[in-house]
Design a protein around this ligand. Structure first.
Ligand SMILES: Nc1ncnc2c1ncn2[C@@H]1O[C@H](COP(=O)(O)OP(=O)(O)O)[C@@H](O)[C@H]1O
Ligand SMILES: Nc1ccn([C@@H]2O[C@H](COP(=O)(O)OP(=O)(O)O)[C@@H](O)[C@H]2O)c(=O)n1
Length: 207
């Protein structure tokens, strides 16, 4: 079974996707890491994330980059959202994601375009969301917990800017697939979100 989990920044899609992978015993890929690694590599090489050729060159990052602690930084988040708007970057990262999704036995992937582009035939699709303020509070708490010195207002501004960029780009914009179940997590805690996701996926009939 392929499970596609999409949604905006800090909606809880990674939390839900990891729990689904554990529950259904499937391998899991956080596709945001691929765009974050590209953005970070571009910055480290002195490139401009808004330049398509320089961003595409950065898709040749080494796997170790995905374990780099800086990948979760605000700078890497912003760079990821900028490089991800380039069709050449999305194309360069496509095969790796499709191969992961179509491996025997299935997989869980989370991102922005899993249900629409990477795995349009996924058996189960979830679109996880919450208000920008809820998401900013969660990301703020997460960053503070990791020792970052960030201001809440800055996190909210960053989330709103990423929402706008991710939704308005022409290449694979953030968009709920027509057949994706909506999971609104504003009024749910982590355990409740996970339980709701498992119930939604458990209720789908095989294609
Ligand atoms: N339903 C929820 N209620 C409260 N906090 C949550 C919920 N889901 C996720 N979180 C927390 O919010 C933060 C962002 O969640 P994460 O799953 O990384 O989001 P995303 O993958 O969408 O960016 C994490 O610290 C996570 O523990
Ligand atoms: N499948 C994906 C995953 C991420 N991305 C981009 O990569 C950025 C970082 O993704 P992420 O999932 O790690 O970010 P969070 O939602 O965890 O904050 C997003 O803002 C998107 O611009 C994308 O375009 N397509």
């Amino acid at each position: 079974m392929i499970i596609a989990v999409d949604g905006p920044a800090a909606s809880g899609k990674g939390t839900v996707a990891r729990a689904l992978a554990l529950h259904f015993m499937l391998p899991y890929l956080d596709t945001g890491l691929l765009y974050r690694a590209t953005g970070l590599q571009c910055l480290r090489h002195g490139g401009d994330p808004s330049n398509e050729a320089e961003a595409k060159a950065a898709t040749g990052f080494s796997d170790a980059m995905m374990d780099d602690l800086e990948i979760r930084s605000e700078a890497a988040s912003r760079a990821a959202s900028v490089v991800s708007a380039h069709p050449a970057v999305r194309q360069a990262l496509l095969e790796r994601q499709v191969d992961f999704a179509t491996q025997p036995g299935g997989a869980v992937l989370d991102g922005r375009d899993i249900g629409t582009v990477i795995a349009p035939h996924a058996e189960a699709k979830l679109f996880v969301t919450a208000s920008p303020e809820t998401r900013a509070k969660r990301r703020f708490a997460q960053l503070v917990g990791e020792g970052s010195k960030v201001a809440y207002d800055h996190v909210l501004t960053d989330i709103l800017a990423r929402d706008e960029r991710d939704s308005s780009r022409s290449a694979a914009p953030l968009k709920r697939a027509d057949d994706a179940a909506l999971l609104e997590t504003d009024d749910l805690n982590v355990q409740q979100s996970i339980a709701a996701a498992i119930a939604l996926v458990g209720g789908v009939s095989p294609r």
